[in-house]
Design a binder for this molecule. Structure first.
Ligand code: ZN
Ligand code: ZN
Length: 249
């Protein structure tokens, strides 16, 4: 009889081990689920102009509603506006910002899909800058940007024909530094020409200007992000904000 009890005790021990193993497994699964679920906005969104933008989570997406009106000076505000800046060398595009509807609503992935496939940018809004205005690529009306370069203001932006938008390094808030520039349609953040992880120009960028490192908004974690590529564009004397392709779709 004693042997039977010993065997029973052994079986119970094994059962208990089995149960504790499987409950460990399910705990891990639950943790993974929590990690994949987005419960708060990325810290970088705190840098966006709150006068222009309303940013919130919607499931696994981030919705960015913006008036499209930046919080910095430009000739495009028009004479009389408090942020009007005289720029006699800029060949003004016809529209005046205050008469345009610049409002844009974007929905981007809260967690970019970095599976290795790329998507080309289109001629339209490709991202929203921290100022609240749109970011465009290196094309103007389907042709190269240098045809329209004379209409770009001091911060690399113009209107034509739609919303006010940046094509070049937006010097109003990123001038040869590591400042946050904005977020692109694929949910990946765009930074200035320098990287906070090294304090200088990154040398390991992919074709999109992207790499994986810490940034000033990731609390020590490495995260894929883009930089404005440190190469002067054509006759502009400045740098293309983003020419694609997207890596995060
Ligand atoms: Zn343009
Ligand atoms: Zn970087």
């Amino acid at each position: 009889m004693k042997n039977v009890f010993q065997n029973l005790a052994l079986i119970f021990m094994l059962l208990a081990l089995g149960i504790s193993c499987s409950s460990d497994d399910s705990a891990n699964t639950t943790d993974d689920g929590d990690d994949g679920e987005v419960t708060e906005l990325h810290a970088a969104f705190a840098a966006f102009n709150t006068d222009a933008t309303t940013i919130y989570l919607d499931g696994s997406n981030v919705v960015i509603e913006t008036t499209g009106l930046p919080d910095h000076e430009t000739v495009y505000w028009g004479v009389g506006h408090e942020l009007y800046r005289e720029e006699p060398d800029v060949q003004l595009t016809p529209s005046i910002m205050s008469s345009n509807n610049n409002a844009v609503t974007l929905t981007v992935d809260a967690t970019p899909d970095l599976s290795g496939s790329t998507v080309a940018t289109n001629f339209n809004t490709i991202g929203i800058a921290v100022s609240g205005a749109s970011i465009f690529n290196d094309q103007e009306g389907g042709g190269p940007l240098d045809q329209a370069a004379a209409s770009l203001d001091w911060t690399g932006a113009h209107i034509g024909p739609g919303v006010y938008h940046y094509h070049l390094e937006p010097k109003a808030f990123s001038d040869d530094d590591d400042a946050l520039v904005g977020v692109l349609l694929d949910g990946v953040f765009l930074y200035g020409r320098q990287c906070s992880s090294t304090g200088t120009y990154p040398t390991d960028l992919d074709v999109s200007g992207g790499h994986t490192s810490t940034t000033q908004y990731t609390d020590g974690e490495e995260e894929y992000h883009y930089h404005i590529i440190n190469e002067v564009y054509s006759t502009t004397g400045s740098y293309i904000a983003f020419a694609g392709p997207y890596q995060g779709y």
